[in-house]
Design a protein around this ligand. Structure first.
Ligand code: UDP
Ligand code: MG
Length: 333
């Protein structure tokens, strides 16, 4: 069996689990089959995200009996994004694969991801060709959300891709150096860059049990995506403010025009009140927007993301020599 240079496993699978007892027997069986086919030492890390059913008991027992499995139990439900981060932090493989427990991300696709990794790609994400298990409402809202986020965000977040992906050790280390609290993991990988590619697969309905992403959790994830990867909402107030003030100014011109033309139908005092009130509210909104820009700067600072991420370096390990010097050494030789 092949191990990595440090003697640890070559691949790590990270599976977040929240009340999934109904799927565990089949999941463990399919993982066993997949792990037999992989060309290297492989570990599977289950992260129990505060389940209240028997999931933790089953997975803890599995980790004790089979050395290829590991178990992390979180103290309560911290959410999917925190759970996968915990698993990635504990993973020691050269390539780490994150996968849902409900078999909507088929373990059989992992082999194709590994092929791409060997070709030199550093992030391989699974793109959903179809989403058979999801309701029309979920498909529709998801597609709307990704369109919206794509417009707003400065990085390209792949559409139709969830958190099912293979990550090279180098990218993982950069990811773990991003300490932000509200994590939108798929956005963070898009932000990191590196050589990325996709593997397409058909997403089946979840094998058993029900979704652990009710509407409210989904909305929270979507809000994290928009707020963490775009400052457009902060700039919204400025544009609204300009629009309202401009409207007030135009209306003032209109009223003055009518007054000069000798229009007697104008109600005294009404126009001036409306103009002053809307102009000042517009000013207020502009000021709020300017505050928003500063808040945005503060937000960017406290996220403590690195300024840039280096993918590779060359030539730094040699002493500096001028070309003239090196040719002289060759002449002397
Ligand atoms: N999950 C988790 N913590 C949560 C919610 C979900 O660890 O608070 C896990 C869940 O067990 C599953 C994965 O995240 O392995 C994806 O959840 P789910 O399949 O319910 O989401 P959906 O596929 O419906 O979007
Ligand atoms: Mg699912």
């Amino acid at each position: 069996m092949m191990t990595n240079s440090a003697g640890g496993p070559r691949y790590s699978i990270v599976v977040p689990v929240f009340n999934e007892q109904a799927v565990l027997p089949v999941l463990l069986h399919r993982l066993d089959l997949m792990m037999q086919d992989v060309d290297g030492v492989i570990e599977t890390i289950f992260v129990d995200d505060g389940s209240s059913d028997c999931s933790a008991i089953v997975l803890r027992a599995k980790a004790k009996e089979d050395p290829r499995y590991r178990f992390i139990g979180l103290s309560r439900n911290f959410g999917h994004q925190a759970a996968i981060t915990a698993g990635m932090e504990a993973a020691s493989g050269d390539a780490v694969i994150v996968m849902d427990a409900d078999l909507q991300d088929p373990p059989e696709v992992v082999g194709q991801m590994i092929e791409k990794w060997k070709e030199g790609y550093e992030v391989v994400y699974g793109r959903r060709l179809s989403r058979e298990g999801d309701s029309t409402f979920k498909k529709w809202t998801a597609s709307l959300f990704y369109k919206f986020l794509g417009r707003l965000s400065s990085v390209d977040i792949p559409r139709d891709a969830g958190d099912f992906r293979l990550i090279d050790r180098k990218v993982l280390d950069a990811f773990l150096a991003m300490p932000e609290q509200d994590r939108f993991v798929r956005g963070m990988f898009a932000w990191l860059g590196f050589r990325q590619t996709e593997v397409a697969f058909h997403r089946l309905p979840r094998l058993a049990g029900e979704t652990k992403y009710p509407l409210l959790k989904m909305l929270r994830l979507a809000a994290n995506g928009v707020i963490g990867f775009s400052d457009a909402p902060l700039r919204l107030a400025i544009w609204c403010g300009f629009a309202v003030s401009a409207f007030a100014a135009l209306y003032a011109l209109y009223v003055v025009g009518h007054w000069l033309a000798g229009d007697t139908s104008l109600v005294a005092g009404w126009a001036s009140t409306i103009i002053i009130v809307s102009f000042l509210s517009g000013m207020n909104m502009i000021m709020t927007g300017i505050m928003g820009l500063y808040v945005g700067r503060i937000y960017a600072e406290v996220k403590r993301r690195p300024l840039y991420v280096v993918s590779e370096k060359a030539g730094f390990d040699r002493a500096v020599q001028s070309p003239a010097q090196s040719s002289r050494t060759i002449d002397a030789a």
